[in-house]
Write a protein that binds this ligand. Structure first.
Ligand code: AMP
Length: 205
């Protein structure tokens, strides 16, 4: 399972909104030399750019609801078919429910690929809410209002948290305590991956 120097590593990072998974995901992806694919970022870029896709998803995102699986899974498949993801990827924000897990399974099986690890960032609800409110002040995201935050966290708990059980049953989940400084959490992630034989560029930690 050791990731090769060419950057073969297929990861998911899963955690509630405000768990820091975006920041940590970028660091892991960079270290392993694979693209970080964040569906939320792709949707937001489309909204900002006024594309057809952006117009279709804008109201859904602003309400904090989930974009339909069919649309989201197609977007992810298109992205993972690009050359830079041939050796691996880190998916952030996808899959988010059972239907998307099935879609991703079908895609990976069809390519003879499998996930190397599912990184679960564990952050208590109060802590997530506090961080999201801070982000609302810092970044002014339209879906970081109090009401929308509550909806997004409820959807996470109802639809996304259960997918971790599916991956846990497969022995794929690496559970990380997400409370601490950015560096502390990063360090925990890299040592937990290394303990599974997953180290960037074949260097063992
Ligand atoms: P995020 O930045 O991951 O919190 O995503 C922002 C918003 O994009 C979400 O609240 C959803 O409206 C939409 N979104 C992102 N990823 C997905 C997904 N996998 N399935 C459905 N909707 C998504």
């Amino acid at each position: 399972m050791t990731a090769s120097a060419t950057g073969s590593a297929r990861f998911l990072i899963v955690g509630p909104q405000g768990s820091g998974k975006g920041t940590q995901g970028v660091l892991v992806a960079e270290a392993f030399g694979v693209p970080q694919v964040a569906t939320g970022d792709i949707f937001r870029a489309n909204v900002a750019g006024g594309t057809e896709l952006g117009k279709r998803v804008q109201a859904i995102i602003e309400a904090g609801d989930l974009v339909p699986d069919e649309l989201t899974s197609e977007l992810v498949r298109d992205r993972l078919e690009q050359a830079d993801a041939a050796g691996g990827f880190l998916l952030d924000g996808y899959p988010r429910n059972r239907g998307q897990v099935d879609d991703l399974d079908a895609f990976l099986t069809g390519r003879g690929e499998a996930l190397d690890a599912v990184i679960e960032l564990v952050v208590p609800r109060e802590e997530s809410i506090g961080r999201l409110k801070q982000r609302a002040t810092d970044q002014g995201r339209t879906d970081d209002t109090e009401e929308v935050i509550a909806n997004r966290l409820a959807i996470y708990e109802r639809e996304t948290a259960p997918i971790l059980d599916v991956y846990r049953d497969r022995g794929a989940v690496v559970r990380i305590d997400g409370v601490g400084t950015l560096d502390e959490v990063t360090e925990r992630i890299f040592s937990a991956l290394a303990a599974r034989g997953l180290a960037p560029n074949g260097v063992s930690a």
